[in-house]
Design a protein around this ligand. Structure first.
Ligand code: SF4
Length: 72
């Protein structure tokens, strides 16, 4: 299915930087680990790290937005 998908490169690249399971861009978790090792890429951020980043980002946006800061 991935071979015919127009988003294979983007999908694989996203999965290389995120801690996800399954097939992304035609790569398995083992494939991506090998690509990361060969390219000396950092380990992907975990979903909990990503959620922490989103919560922190939301806090900054709410504080900086006069309308949102009144609603929270
Ligand atoms: S996993 Fe990614 S590349 Fe494969 S079919 Fe789905 S969107 Fe396309």
């Amino acid at each position: 299915m991935c071979a015919a998908c127009p988003f294979t490169d983007e999908c694989r690249d996203w999965a290389l930087t995120h801690d996800v399971y399954g097939v992304w861009g035609g790569t398995t978790e083992e494939d991506r680990a090998e690509i990361r090792a060969q390219a000396e890429l950092p380990d992907p951020s975990s979903i909990t790290d990503q959620l922490d980043d989103l919560i922190a980002m939301r806090s900054i946006l709410v504080v900086d937005d006069p309308i949102l800061s009144r609603a929270s």
